[in-house]
Write a protein that binds this ligand. Structure first.
Ligand code: NI
Length: 225
């Protein structure tokens, strides 16, 4: 499932994050690549240990954990510290699949989900679409600053060349409590539907109680904690 999560940050918050990021020590982007992707990547990245990356990274994780739509869709177990990249002057990232395992110090996750948080407005650059290959065709994603796209890490994806301006974004991987994409999507749809009935009938309605029970019992069957 490909999901657009709007307004993770307000425009004012994005501007503040950008001030911190833009002052950071940007460097060649091949620091985080696996073998396959290193050859395909042409961009800049903030070193993961830089003060600016650490500061903004922590704010992003905090915002995501407080975002009901993100939590319901991703069911996050562990979010790997978000990283940052910048594409300009023809920079691009060719077709690749993200590494299955991410490790940093003592932290090791299986990447179930990938996400890109857009930190540049779409009108400020040309190109820079995130193209995600799905079985039914390619999806092109270019979102307003502050919005996020969540997609399965198993998807082949690429970023088209940025031919004008600069595209700054944060990208991240996470391990989900529910490994299987179809199971996770079913839980998300059930949660959305239950909330809808709840709004209509109230939390004491018998159907709402039973649907909530069903949600938790499926989560109990499918989650790994
Ligand atoms: Ni990737």
């Amino acid at each position: 499932m490909l999901l657009h999560i709007p307004d993770v940050f307000t425009k004012a918050e994005v501007a503040a994050l950008r001030r911190t990021l833009d002052a950071g020590p940007w460097a060649d982007g091949n620091m985080t690549s696996g073998h396959q992707s290193a050859t395909a990547k042409k961009n800049q990245q903030l070193p993961e240990d830089s003060a600016s990356a650490r500061e903004v990274s922590a704010l992003i994780v905090q915002a995501l954990n407080a975002n009901p739509m993100f939590v319901s869709a991703a069911l996050p177990h562990t979010i790997f510290p978000p990283l940052f990249n910048r594409y300009e002057g023809g920079g691009e990232f060719g077709l690749h699949v993200d590494n299955a395992i991410r490790q940093r110090g003592d932290l090791r996750i299986r990447s179930d989900l990938s996400a890109t948080l857009f930190l540049s407005e779409p009108e400020d650059y040309d190109g820079g679409e995130l193209i995600i290959e799905e079985l039914y065709g390619a999806q092109s994603v270019k979102l307003p600053a502050g919005d996020l796209v969540l997609y399965p890490s198993k998807s082949l994806h690429r970023v088209t060349p940025v031919t004008r301006g600069a595209r700054v974004s944060s990208f991240m991987w996470l391990q989900s409590l529910v490994r299987d994409d179809a199971d996770r999507e079913s839980l998300f749809r059930l949660d959305v539907a239950t909330q809808r009935v709840n709004l209509d009938k109230g939390p004491k309605d018998q159907a709402v109680i039973e649907l909530t029970g069903l949600y938790h019992n499926l989560l109990r069957r499918w989650s790994e904690v």
